[in-house]
Design a binder for this molecule. Sequence first.
Ligand code: FAD
Length: 571
Amino acid sequence: MTLRQRAYAAPVLTASADAERVERLLGCPFDPAGGMSLVAALQADETETEPAAGYRAAWAAGLHEYLVPVAEGGRLASFESLLGVLRAMSRRDLAVAVGLGSTFLAATPVWIWGTPEQRQRVAELVLDRRWGTAGISEDAAGSDLLATATRATATADGWTLSGRKWLVGNGARSGFATVLAAAEPSFGLFLLDFDRVGTDGVRRLPKVRTLGLRGHDLSGFELDGYRIPSSARLGRPGRGVEMVSGMLQFTRTLVGGMSLGAADTALRIALRHARERRLYGGTALDLPPVRSLLARGFADLLAAECTQLTAARGLDVARQRMPLWSAVAKYLVPALCQDTVTAAGEVLSARAYLREGVAGGAFQKIARDAAITPVFEGTQLVQLETVHAQLASGARRPGTAPELPAQLLFAFGDPVGPWRPADPRPSLSYGGTDEVVGRLAEAVALLAAEDRELGRLAAQLLVVRETDRALLPPRRTPEAYEWARRHCLLHAAACCLHTWTRRRAALGPLGSDPAWLSVALRRLLERLGRPTAPDHAAEHRLVRLLTELDDDDRAFSLLPVRLAAQYRAGS
Ligand SMILES: Cc1cc2nc3c(=O)[nH]c(=O)nc-3n(C[C@H](O)[C@H](O)[C@H](O)COP(=O)(O)OP(=O)(O)OC[C@H]3O[C@@H](n4cnc5c(N)ncnc54)[C@H](O)[C@@H]3O)c2cc1C
């Protein structure tokens, strides 16, 4: 039975409803006449100009409304929903997704720490389609926030700000910005309302030329005695760096949504090419190694998705775990999706290198655009350092936080209460309890009871966990980063197992087929230095499922998400 025949079994999950709505409104990315088409995105990329058609389609579909919490008049009801919307956007044009994502980065601290007046004002600006800039980075202060040189000096009725924010999104066009600046008693975070206060003392910097995201406004601004009122400070005095760490738990979690969207389109282009490309009297897809590339790329995407869903749902129902889970997801999801894009490129072969031809030459743009996802919002090494620091604090005070119920954590797609940004506010430590890796043994036992071979495979993860538990390499040693990397892989494997054991029944035909789990686990074990024999039968089956998803206009996802009706040249 094909997926199409079994489609009745695939429900629309609550959290996917927004994604399906956006898919319908944006139309198929492969349709040159669509609102946010790959072709239009490529044209803007070639000329290094703003993707104006993409923005128009985004505004018309109300994508900016998803950046504003429901309580402030927008559509942001849950992070799982926002993740689905972001994936839909990123299947089409990462330059558009990053432009809106930068606005969300700027607005997030306002949603969390802003006064009612500040929240109302920023909601008004975002709903009015104004861009926002998160002004954290400076030329000499990238990962090292304490090197921030922009300074806020107190005056009788507010502050004056001086300094240079550079390599920041929407820097040349923003209507508002949230800026990290040195102040007394320590760093502060300030809301700059350019539209209302004016731009005397602000000099916009030119757009920086980049490898990918060439339509995105990556630039900056210089502040020279820029005066802001006392009502412009966000949160409590001296808490700027803590607030940035807290807001990044939200935004770095969502970067994975961009990677997943880009990987979906990259894999789709490769699959379609392999089905049509004639070689040796058959198709490229008939060649077993090509099938393996596609199956493994797809399995990497699904492992990334399980990790990402856990993190996005964590923002909704387990915010106290996010100091750890957000760093794990930011490290791993973009990295796994990059492997998917690489596999897709290998299938496309020379066509991956062309700026014309297959899908109009869209693949090379996706590869260039997606290459930055592991870097911005904190590099991979920065995430690994965070993971190490969190686990070290957890080792000092293990299990101090009560466990959260598994049926709540892994109920992907089920409704959650409306998002309350400040309840609870982000914490600095995850509390020493980790339901994902902590419940690995339980998940392995459940799996072994139903599938002995897969259970044996998964049991290797327990060996890795116990071996690594005995170690805690000192901070900033090469061993510490490697140890943290292994934890991220274990976490991803545990997310796959929890998805399988606890949620597959609700996910539809792909989710309940063991082929994806078999290939995904093998891929993760290989990265953990425990290679296993490939499961060719599962790979073969996974490619068939992938093909059926494409034919049935479905996202490459464990979630049964219906896409806009797919445009196929000549159809
Ligand atoms: C497209 C794009 C959009 C961006 N948007 C924004 C934005 O909207 N707002 C904003 O404020 N910034 C933005 N940035 C800046 C971005 O967040 C920074 O570039 C990024 O955080 C890394 O800083 P850096 O490049 O200065 O690297 P550096 O900090 O100079 O790092 C150099 C090297 O040191 C390593 N390193 C750093 N710290 C550690 C550590 N603790 N342990 C081990 N290794 C470490 C890094 O991994 C890297 O290999 C954007 C950048 C790009 C390219």
